[in-house]
Write a protein that binds this ligand. Structure first.
Ligand code: HAM
Length: 425
């Protein structure tokens, strides 16, 4: 019987090669922007008590209803692989006593998350997010500042084709009234909705507004809008957020369809949409969640945050061809001919690495031709060659791979010469 190799679980990815470089570039850019703005890094566990998400994200949401990886450990505790990062950060804020720090507490993370979704382009079962959370300040300025920080991240990444979509989801004072109005509007039209929205009408009517099904799209444009039904506090807060964002010349659109798929949002919500090729998928999203800390057993603490999708952002970076000039870590190949030369090359390779110069060799290859082919494939600038003669003389040939020129140097001088040449390129 033919041997079968193992395959990764559906919806997961190996990150290596070019993808890994984009991943690192995004991670470094995000972390620099967050650190410079005074955010502190937090890593939370990959799994948490299941109830944290059921209570925090909401029973009726798609995530809790259909998408969680939940399991019992050997002691019978119900645990869930984190499907998102906000509830765990709130848990840490409360459990680790961050309320005693000067408020607000600004945290950031770059972590993997797990959702049992139908895998497709840009949708995975294990994916990564870069996230920001600011806990302990109710000022609209903080909402605007999170939007500004997010906008700065995409700017630093040189991503152009994005659009910030902003809405307000109201608060416990005005949202129930709006939902009543929304249900009244849809009451005679339920038969015209898609199967999912027929359920949403009963369980989560706000989600009727962001369904992408053609049947439902037509009705959405006639539905009452929440921004026309906000209470005076929410209205004033939202107006001020927009005024602050306007101060920074950040382009955005007001979009009543941005309702987010979690129960914890209150007030300002926003999404970053990818608008290249007419696509409208969400690169990231966030908003205020002033009730979540109380829902999770804490005191009343206002908060606002954002989560950006790493895979989707990398796809956009590739599409827009940003970040193609990755610095080369290895620019030297060391090649040898004969057993005496091999020993010298082994030492040369390590001398180069000790001096902080990236270099590679292939000691299982005997022929110079084979080794030069590998050096070209690696795209190095220089190959350092030691053959039988050089091993005997105590010299090294430096071959410039672009011009093909070869020069001979005493072994002791080679590291210095190469270091100088690499600095001047
Ligand atoms: P979210 O909208 O569920 O928000 O996820 C944020 C981003 O993560 C999405 O816009 C998308 O780019 C990416 N994403 C989500 N699911 C997948 C998937 N299955 N495959 C690939 N990428 C995905 C949250 O998670 C909130 N916790 C964000 C937040 C932070 N709100 C306040 N603070």
């Amino acid at each position: 019987m033919a041997k079968r190799i193992f395959q990764k679980p559906r919806g997961t990815r190996d990150i290596w090669g070019e993808d890994r470089k984009y991943f690192q570039l995004l991670r470094d850019t995000f972390e620099n922007v967050a650190e410079e703005a005074g955010f502190l890094k937090i890593d939370t566990p990959s799994f948490e008590d299941t109830k944290l998400f059921v209570r925090g994200v909401g029973k009726e949401t798609d995530i809790v209803g259909k998408e969680m990886y939940t399991f019992k450990d050997k002691s019978g505790n119900s645990l869930t692989l984190r499907p998102e990062g906000t509830a765990p950060v709130v848990r840490a804020y409360l459990e680790d006593g961050m309320q005693s720090l000067p408020q607000p507490v600004s945290l950031y993370y770059f972590s993997n998350f797990f959702r049992y979704e139908r895998p497709q382009a840009g949708r995975y079962r294990e994916f990564w997010q870069f996230g920001l959370e600011v806990l302990g300040d109710k000022s609209p300025l903080v909402d605007a500042n999170v939007i500004a920080t997010v906008s700065r991240i995409y700017k630093k990444l040189n991503i152009q084709n994005t659009s910030i979509q902003i809405n307000s989801m109201g608060c416990p004072a005005c949202r129930p009234k709006y939902i009543k109005l929304l249900k009244k509007f849809y009451a005679g039209k339920v038969t015209k909705l898609c199967a999912d929205c027929k359920k949403r009408y009963k369980t989560n009517p706000l989600r009727l507004l962001d369904c992408k099904n053609d049947k439902c799209l037509a009705l959405q444009s006639e539905a009452p809008q929440i921004i026309n039904n906000l209470c005076s506090t929410c209205h004033e807060h939202f107006k001020t957020v927009l005024e602050y964002v306007d101060e920074l010349d950040i382009l955005y659109e007001l979009n009543p369809k941005v309702v987010r798929g979690f129960d914890y949002y209150t007030g300002t919500v926003f999404e970053i949409w990818n608008v290249s090729d007419g696509a409208q998928n969400s690169l990231g999203g966030g908003g205020r969640y002033d009730e979540l800390i109380q829902t999770l057993g804490g005191p009343s603490v206002p908060a606002v945050g954002f989560g950006g999708g790493v895979e989707r952002t990398i796809e956009e970076m590739k599409k827009e061809e940003v970040g193609l000039d990755f610095p080369k870590n290895v620019n030297i190949f060391v090649a040898q001919l004969g057993s005496k030369a091999r020993k010298k090359c082994f030492k040369l390779l390590n001398d180069l690495l000790d001096a902080g110069i990236g270099a590679e060799a292939r000691f299982d290859k005997g022929g110079i031709g084979d080794q030069l082919k590998i050096a070209s494939k690696l795209g190095v600038g220089y190959t350092l060659l030691i053959g039988q003669r050089e091993a005997f003389d105590g010299t090294v040939i430096i071959k410039d791979m672009a011009s093909g020129n070869q020069e001979v140097f005493p072994y002791e001088k080679v590291v210095k010469v190469i270091s100088k040449r690499l600095k001047s390129t």
